[in-house]
Design a protein around this ligand. Structure first.
Ligand code: HEC
Length: 147
């Protein structure tokens, strides 16, 4: 945003239609997200990008791994539409305990397990294609360091 020049113009007043009023009445936090933010909360310290376990933990959180595979990455969460497989246990008790880093990268970024089976596209491997080798490696190191 800071790379763009500022714009000087008046914005129209905010108006909320009947649908908006109904949604707002049912759940104020849904629209006024700022109202539910904890403004006293201290922002997390900046994590230096690099091939570190610390950065891997940061990436596992912001890339959603912990959302779908659970905070401890033990899997078993069924978050998609009915029929979506539950998330896999990524720790030492799961199927990828013996995988190499290259096999992990192939699964996370190519959607294929070492034995050649495809991973359900609910697991957003298509988006993870754009991560760098160091980013995937940092996540791999984090998973191995934790469990
Ligand atoms: C939107 C939910 C979601 C997110 C986000 C997500 N996963 Fe998954 N992941 C899944 C599901 C569901 C499966 C099981 C797919 C299947 O069984 O075909 C899976 C499978 C996997 C597998 C394959 C393991 C196996 O043998 O089945 C790996 C590895 C994996 N995820 C790693 C990750 C990593 C690393 C991240 C973060 C960079 C991540 N996932 C983010 C839902 C997710």
């Amino acid at each position: 945003m800071r790379s763009k020049p500022p714009v000087d113009k008046a914005h129209p007043d905010l108006t909320i239609g009947p649908d908006g009023h109904a949604v707002l009445a049912a759940n104020p936090g849904l629209i006024i997200a700022a109202a539910i933010i904890d403004h006293q909360r201290v922002p997390p310290a900046r994590v230096t990008p690099g091939r570190t376990v610390e950065y891997g933990m940061y990436l596992a959180n912001i890339a959603g791994c912990t959302h779908c595979h659970g905070p401890s990455l033990k899997g078993g969460l069924q978050l998609g539409a009915p029929g979506t497989p539950p998330s896999t246990d990524l720790t030492s008790t799961g199927p990828m305990a013996q995988w190499t880093e290259a096999q992990f990268a192939m699964a996370v970024q190519g959607g294929v397990r070492p034995e050649g089976t495809g991973i359900n596209p609910f697991m957003p491997w298509k988006d993870y294609r754009f991560m760098t080798a160091d980013e995937v490696g940092a996540i791999f190191d984090y998973i191995r360091a934790q469990h």
